[in-house]
Design a protein around this ligand. Structure first.
Ligand SMILES: [Zn+2]
Length: 372
């Protein structure tokens, strides 16, 4: 039995973390102002130079110098390497002249802080505002001991599945309904029709088999492997563990809700509508009410995998990660990163892709070595 303490659940955020002291900056023009005129100057500047891209940056910097309060105001953006004032808008120059301000250049952070640590670091340059991230998904900000045990139990199941075929390690996926804590579907990779590994003594050392890197049977690590295979060694391009598990989940729904074929048509057409162009979507939005479909899922057949979690041994490739977007998966837990093709933090970060119409929460589960 593996001690729970050795396992760790780590949230994979929407954006890659930036070391607080290495955040991107932009140059700005600023000037020290008389506190008496601060209100008027800021009001005028907000009008003529609103700085839409720097809304997180405060207009005024307040400093204590030799017991006195000194106010500096951000005037406008400056060129990265220039200190010449030629590029400054006329309206801003007018303010500078009328209040006889002496202008200097300085740096402010380009993007809003994603963490308190980043924010503290930002304010060393120039004050910014910080809004802690809010998530709609329960369980994202911390797991109770019970939740953690449930989560780790399902990941352990996935890991056991991945190594159950002793000839080759594959990827494995387990879809779970977190409310009932029951497995909805589970599957391993079904890409390789020749599951046995190549023999060391093989006389033909030039074959791809003999030069295969470790974990060469894990589909999501090598999503383009099907294109390299010869016909005698077929590698299915689509049957990655996630996709097979989704198929199994759909089959289960069909069996459990045989009378609801109409709903199935509604659901699948709704799914297609969301993939259509905005113009098409507008036309058809009235046909399928999204809320109605979601209401339906509470009492009858679930809408795809809405509200479900998935446990995957390796971080999914882009194809699998997109399939899970379409399926409306709620949370994804994976054990090992996928440095070659991972879509949830390693190479891409689909959970932070604003243009997508569904976002899941992503966690990596650190598996103790004794379990691998
Ligand atoms: Zn995949």
């Amino acid at each position: 039995m593996i001690a729970i303490e050795e396992w760790k659940i780590v949230h994979i955020p929407d954006k890659p973390p930036i070391s607080p002291d290495q955040q991107p900056t932009v140059n700005i023009y600023a000037a020290v102002i008389d506190p008496m005129h601060a209100h008027t100057i800021v009001r005028k500047l907000n009008k003529v130079a609103p700085l839409e891209t720097l809304r997180h940056v405060k207009r005024v910097l307040k400093q204590k110098l030799e017991g006195k309060t000194q106010l500096s105001v951000m005037l406008c953006l400056a060129h990265q390497n220039g200190t010449q004032l030629g590029s400054m808008p006329d309206d801003v120059c007018e303010i500078i002249n009328s209040y006889q301000l002496s202008v200097f250049t300085t740096k402010v952070c380009k993007f809003p802080a994603l963490s308190k640590e980043e924010w503290i670091e930002q304010c060393k340059l120039w004050p910014t505002s910080y809004h802690p991230p809010t998530y709609n998904i329960e369980g994202i900000t911390g797991f109770s001991e019970d939740d953690k045990n449930v989560v780790l139990g399902f990941m352990r199941l996935a890991v056991d599945m991945a190594k159950s075929d002793h000839s080759q390690v594959v990827n494995a996926a387990v879809i779970v309904d977190p409310l009932s804590k029951q497995v909805v579907a589970k599957a391993c990779d079904c890409v390789n029709s020749c599951p046995s590994p190549p023999k060391e003594s093989s006389s033909d050392s030039s074959t791809l088999k003999n030069t295969s890197p470790p974990f060469s049977g894990v589909s999501c690590l090598y999503p383009w492997k099907w294109a390299e295979q010869e016909s005698s060694f077929p590698w299915h391009p689509l049957r990655h563990a996630c996709i097979v598990a989704i198929e199994e989940s759909a089959e289960r729904d069909k069996k459990l809700f045989p009378e609801e074929s109409k709903n199935e048509i509604l659901s699948s057409s709704s799914s297609m509508i969301r993939c259509c162009s905005p113009a098409k979507r507008q036309k058809t939005d009235n046909v399928v009410d999204e809320e109605a479909v979601e209401d339906l899922s509470k009492t009858t057949r679930p809408y795809l995998c809405t509200g479900y979690d998935i446990y995957i041994v390796w971080e999914p490739c882009t194809m699998c990660a997109m399939a899970l977007v379409h399926q409306r998966i709620r949370r994804i837990f994976y054990a090992f990163p996928n440095p070659t093709a991972g879509a949830l933090g390693s190479v891409h970060r689909l959970q932070g892709e604003k243009s997508l119409n569904h976002h899941y929460a992503v966690f990596q589960i650190m598996v103790p070595k004794t379990c691998i």
